[in-house]
Write a protein that binds this ligand. Sequence first.
Ligand code: CP
Length: 325
Amino acid sequence: MQTNLRGRDLIGDLDFSKEEVETVLEVAFDLKKKKALGEPTPYLRDKTLAMLFFFSSTRTRGSFEAGMAQLGGHAAFIESATTQIKHGDTAKEIGEIYGRYFDGLAIRHCDWLEGNKYINEVARASRVPVLNMQCDIYHPFQCLADLMTIMEKKGRDLRGKKIVVSWAYAASYLKPISVPQSLILQMPRFGMDVTLAYPPEFPLMPEIVEEAQAQARKFNTRFEITNDMVEGFRDADVVYAKSWGPLLTTTDPTEGKRLQDMYKDWITDAKKMSVAKPDAIYMHPLPADREIEVTNEVLDGPQSVVYDEAENRLHAQKAVMALTM
Ligand code: CP
């Protein structure tokens, strides 16, 4: 167990070493057990977290806010639109000033080519830990919850297990690419074989894919890319299929929608799930476009673990907050 996380930021998935992520998971499982038993866990009594949102949220806001209260502290929900950020408060000023009010700063900023840069600028000016609640590049807390969920369903030793991280069609909006990027970076470190599936116009950032491939080589796991959703699903233990925007191809929403609409058949349905292992689990961070991205039959079916996955956001985040703040 690593005991030196106090004061640390979590912005990118590889900011914590594999051993440090194992520590987070150990604490998360303990916190989950204690919550089930009704045992109080006031590890952050009198501490405060600022939650600064530039983008909407259901799970992230709820789980960070509930988590801080369960740890004996308080979380302040701050929407960027109701601050003076649009009137000139810079990232440096937010880091300097909120770093003096609060014991931790959590930020969600998903704007393409802006979010990660902003969070890092805040972190450079902040004297307290900065936690990434999702940016344009990474969604590290979702990924920790996903890893925790996979371990609960498939065992702690994931060597030889296959996860397919697949693009899926969506009609609602061009979703960030941060979830698949975090998954392909983190899962090789825990022994999983990764298959990344997407239509040609929907690649991830080349530098992230290269880093994921380097992690796969380091941990002696397989890493494959396919442009065929069904081939990606073949023999998978974990099906993680969600939509993301064609951000490396175009940032024009109209052109992006046209590209998305070319792949309406990239829906997760029972037929595609039947290509995966019979005991495969289906994962999605939510929200999902029902009957477009995934059928109700799969999302509400016996292979779906999406509610456990959403629950584990709470426990994983409490673990990181308790260890860093
Ligand atoms: N999965 C996830 O991050 O959910 P929210 O966007 O609702 O926070």
